[in-house]
Design a protein around this ligand. Structure first.
Ligand code: 4AD
Ligand code: MG
Length: 462
């Protein structure tokens, strides 16, 4: 049999020939003489129309009754239909029912709400929207690997179970064994969680950055691409407990090199998807977010804006807009502030740099002013922050001071500090939220709808 993707892309090669296709019924209607069944095999966004006639299909009655989601194997001639909406159809000579489907199949031919589809995560990949989302998700992953591999970056697998808090924010899920007998106990018989795994308290990683730095100082250019976990109890449309992150780390690079890398990566990904998923993108533009294609085309052909945190605060203070959260130098920018800056002032992606050190992680490089750090966040219209990164503090004494100031324990970071002792050049990197870039490219507005099996504080199934 041949996949629909092949038929749709090399149609001429099959014109007038006999083909065999397998797929699931999307629609089926018939009279007592002939019928039309649309089948989709998941290899392509579109379905193929199959025409079947009572005259030459021996099990005509059975096919006419085949319900949505039944699986068929069709043998027939591929006929070009230049006048019709679809470029071709198949005139069936034989159809075999490979699997029947119950009549209570929840995905009938109508538009279902995203909330409803979320409740049937095991079936929603079969809907048009999620077929498009998850193919794009797969292609974005591939584009990211290509972008870095073409530039000789080494892909490093950082640990999922870890003893260090990379962000120093204490938002970690603890890892423990379920075998209660094997758990270390205190003298009073209570479980001693500080002696959990290999004699150390362990957690699910919040970021692979610190380990990526060790590889950057050996390979120069590296990146991670893996799952990360955050135990923040924020029930928003942009936060998940389990999400994927891409973290490049580059030796001999400063914050400006970092921004250039991030900007060219985002543009590369968007161009790749526009070229390799045109049908899916047309669908998003029509049904999910009108104006999406114009916006994405604009992004790839224009430079991103760059402002400092201090400039951002000035812009916000000068605006007539009433913010719920008052603006003062030193505050962490809230979603409403980020949206105002990207959506109303610049109307394009904006790098915000040099944040106050108090609101950023311990590893960021302290600037000359002693108050700000060489941080860079990339904010985009519609989604907000999609990248967080920085130039790293490569000076040993400064780093120790920051660790202590933040109330962290120097001994937990001994190997990280070692990197500063042995050839610790300047270096920089960032983390791209994988789901956030998928949201940005597809126009989907809830992170639960770009994760195959979303893990949020309220998920139940799976
Ligand atoms: O800004 P964050 O916390 O930065 C880091 O973790 C650094 N260690 C990255 C680095 O410099 N190597 O997270 C990076 C990005 C955010 O900009 C956001 O896009 C995404 O990860 N992110 C989340 N995505 C979904 N759900 C969450 N709970 C997220 N938290 C962060
Ligand atoms: Mg951040």
């Amino acid at each position: 049999d041949v996949q629909l993707r092949k038929l749709f892309t090399d149609t001429d090669q099959y014109a007038g020939k006999e083909v065999v296709v397998r797929g699931w019924v999307r629609t089926n209607r018939s009279s007592n003489k002939f019928g039309f069944v649309e089948i989709n095999d998941g290899s392509y966004f579109k379905s193929v129309q199959v025409v079947y006639e009572e005259e030459n299909i021996e099990n005509y009655e059975q096919i006419a009754k085949a319900p949505i989601a039944a699986a068929l194997c069709v043998i027939g001639e591929l006929t070009l239909t230049p006048e019709a909406k679809q470029p071709f159809e198949i005139k069936a000579t034989k159809i075999v029912v490979e699997a029947d489907s119950d009549a209570d199949y929840p995905l009938q031919k109508k538009r279902h709400s995203l909330e409803f589809l979320r409740e049937i995560a095991h079936l929603r990949p079969r809907s048009n929207t999620f077929s498009a989302v998850f193919r794009v998700r797969s292609l974005v992953a591939y584009a990211i690997h290509r972008f870095f591999q073409d530039q000789n970056f080494v892909y490093v697998h950082t640990p999922i179970i870890t003893g260090s808090d990379a962000e120093g924010a204490g938002e970690m899920f603890q890892v423990t064994t379920l075998d209660l007998d094997k758990l270390p106990r205190n003298d009073d018989g209570k479980i001693d969680y500080s002696q959990d795994f290999f004699g150390k308290e362990t957690n699910l990683t919040v970021s692979g950055q610190l380990e990526a730095e060790t590889f950057a100082l050996a390979f120069r250019n590296v990146y991670t691409f893996g799952p990360t976990f955050r135990a923040e109890n924020s029930n928003t449309a942009r936060h998940a407990s389990e999400f994927w992150m891409i973290e490049p780390e580059v030796a001999f690079a400063d914050i400006n090199d970092n921004m250039e890398l991030a900007e060219s990566m985002i543009k590369y990904i968007i161009n790749y998807i526009l070229e390799h998923a045109p049908e899916e993108m047309k669908f998003f533009n029509e049904f999910i977010d009108k104006g999406l294609l114009d916006r994405l085309n604009n992004i790839v052909s224009n430079e991103f804006a760059r402002i400092t945190y201090t400039e951002a605060v000035e812009i916000l203070k000068k605006s007539d807009k009433e913010f719920q959260f008052p603006v003062e130098w030193g505050i962490d920018l809230q979603t409403e502030h980020e949206r105002y800056i990207t959506e109303e002032v610049f109307k394009k992606p904006v790098f915000v740099t040099d944040y106050p050190k108090e609101i950023k992680a311990f590893y960021m490089r302290l600037n000359e002013d002693g108050k700000t750090v060489a941080a860079m966040d990339l904010l985009v219209p519609g989604v907000g922050e999609i990248i967080g990164g920085s130039q790293r503090e490569e000076r040993y004494d400064n780093l120790v001071a920051r660790i202590n100031e933040m109330g962290l324990h120097e001994k937990d970071y001994w190997w990280y500090l070692d990197l500063r002792k042995y050839g610790g050049v300047k270096h920089a990197g960032y983390g791209l939220g994988f789901e956030r870039i998928i949201m940005y490219i597809t126009g989907m507005s809830n992170i639960r709808d770009v994760l195959p099996f979303p893990r949020t504080p309220k998920t139940a199934e799976f």
